[in-house]
Design a protein around this ligand. Structure first.
Ligand code: GLN
Length: 544
């Protein structure tokens, strides 16, 4: 195709309407029609990336192959589309300003006054078109974070206005995602907030082409006509997005509403074949018709906020569908695990995942949870910090190094079984300085992880500063903690396992980032499978 087409997604009325899911669902439908699609998220905050944000602020930080620390919506894009994203798919105001200021310091603006318009808006336009100009995509969907009318969104909205003008209506369109609230006292759905937010968009010179209306109730024909008339869009372009029981239903709901067809028509692209969603629907079928159920404990310290562990929760959905199992995830706060509470909190579980995390809080609870899983032979999966805790637990309770610790918790630890790599020791800046992105790993043939992956050369994504301390490797191995995955170049330990245990695996990387609907992650599948076997054995033991 000669030129790339651009779809912009803005949000009105309220935040948290699910722009990311709508963008991902539209992309899925277009991909299923054979188009090459990618999605980009523009975030109007000043942080250069979300890497330094606390998960309570912005949910999980998602990491791409090229080591970008990004917004969690990129996780949805990858899970839906099964194609990798990169740094170019997530741009923040901080990054835009950083690059404009660097250009100014280099004298690139030739003595001009540097201003929001045109310099910041030009930088935004360039970033939007970067993906399109690569030639790899027919359609680029750009999601503008925040809500229309916010002060910080203004330069983005202006950039979209200019691009729409430059590219023309058949090459660029705007989808406005909005809320149609239901007033139960009046028994009515209300269109006024949407009218206002469309008007706010219009004040910035942008006419929404398509309205996607989030609603708890069906939109009547009359209401659709009213919305179309007052918001100045075609009636077919009023798309209902009713609450769904799973985000994975949204592509089908958008298909029924004709969102993809309206988009293709405006962009003058062929819309003849039906999208091929066979694989997607097969996944949904399995997800919705589980044959059994397991309960897995997610031991973490950000458990109050579901978004903190988004990719892990989604990876369980993918693995559950693969095995036709309903995975009930029970969130357990590691800070409240101690000797008195542990059995009550953990004994009933069929599997235990100790989550990634940073800092000292809740660490001892995680170590206790690992010990419980190890001693009681409950399937265990440790991810990143969870793997580090498994190493500490083993060093303390099996090797007898009672003071074994991580440098992250105690800089002066006498037995730092988790420590810093030499290259990390002099780093003082926090942003973007961890071991990030895709790293190769070689698996030991015959190990549990080898059985799960079915190959010995893998690549997985990392996001951590501390490492398994190779100075303790020999002792730990002799005591039974196997090393079943290492980095072939650096010799860093990436995976540990226990032999005399049904399934005890700790990984230094984040497998959850690479789990998608089309490719459930093999370790999550193997862990869920081990949990099913464990649950079954427990049941049989009770019966006999
Ligand atoms: N805090 C640990 C480290 O920096 C683990 C990080 C993580 O779990 N993502 O190494």
């Amino acid at each position: 195709m000669a030129n790339t087409k651009y779809v912009f997604v803005t949000g009105g009325v309220s935040s948290s309407l699910g722009k990311g899911i709508i963008a991902a669902s539209l992309a899925k439908l277009l991909q299923a029609r054979g188009y090459r699609v990618t999605i980009q998220k523009l975030d109007p905050y000043i942080n250069v990336d979300p890497g330094t944000l606390n998960p309570y602020e912005h949910g999980e930080c998602y990491v791409t192959d090229d080591g970008a620390e990004t917004d969690l919506d990129l996780g949805h894009y990858e899970r839906f589309l099964n194609t990798p994203t990169s740094q170019a798919n997530n741009v923040t105001t901080g990054r835009i300003y950083q690059s404009v200021i660097e250009k100014e310091r280099r004298g690139e603006f030739l003595g001009k006054t540097v201003q929001v318009v045109p310099h910041i808006t030009n930088e935004i336009k360039e970033r939007i078109q970067l993906l399109g100009k690569s030639g790899a995509y027919d359609i680029v969907i750009t999601e503008i974070g925040g809500t229309v009318g916010d002060i910080e969104s203004l330069p983005y909205i202006e950039a979209v206005r200019q691009l729409k003008w430059e590219l023309g209506d058949t090459n660029a369109l705007v989808i406005h995602l909005t809320l149609i609230p239901y007033l139960s006292a009046a028994g009515e759905l209300k269109t006024k907030p949407t009218q206002h937010s469309v008007k706010t968009l219009m004040e910035s010179g942008i006419k929404a082409d398509i309205l996607v209306c989030r609603t708890e109730h069906e939109l009547s024909d009359d209401l659709r006509r009213k919305l179309a008339l007052f918001c100045n869009v075609k009636k077919a372009a009023v798309i209902q997005s009713i609450d769904a029981s799973t985000i994975y239903d949204v592509p089908n709901l958008m298909l029924e509403e004709g969102l993809d067809t309206v988009v293709l028509n405006q962009l003058v692209l062929r819309d003849d074949d039906q999208p091929n969603l066979d694989k997607w629907n097969d996944f949904l079928q399995r997800h919705k018709n589980p044959k059994c159920e397991v309960t897995i404990g997610l031991i973490g310290k950000y458990v109050e906020l579901q978004d903190s562990y988004k990719s892990i929760l989604e990876a369980f959905i993918h693995a559950g569908a693969e095995k036709e199992v309903k995975v009930r995830v029970e969130s357990i706060h590691s800070e409240f695990i101690d000797d008195a509470t542990i059995a009550k909190k953990i004994a009933h579980l069929d599997g235990l995942l100790v989550a990634p995390g940073f800092g000292e809080r809740g660490i001892e609870g995680k170590i206790k949870a690992v010990q419980y899983a190890r001693e009681n032979k409950i399937p265990f999966f440790g991810i990143c910090l969870g793997m580090q805790m498994a190493v500490i637990e083993y060093a303390r309770n099996v090797l007898g190094l009672k003071d074994a610790c991580s440098i992250e918790v105690d800089e002066a630890a006498t037995n730092p079984v988790i420590s810093l790599m030499e290259e990390q020791k002099n780093i003082t800046e926090m942003g973007g300085t961890m071991r990030l992105g895709a790293w190769n790993c070689e698996l030991v043939p015959g190990s549990k992880v080898h059985a799960a992956y079915g190959e010995t050369a893998i690549s997985e994504r990392h996001r951590h500063r501390y490492e398994y301390n190779n100075a303790y490797r020999e002792q730990l191995e002799k005591a039974g903690l196997q090393t079943t995955g290492t980095n072939p170049k650096t010799g860093l330990v990436e995976i540990i396992e226990l032999k005399d245990h049904p399934w005890f695996v700790g990984v230094q990387y984040h497998p959850e980032y690479k789990s998608t609907v089309a490719n459930p992650h093999p370790l999550f599948v193997a862990f869920v499978s081990a949990s099913v076997t464990y649950a079954q054995a427990k049941k049989n033991a009770k019966v006999s």
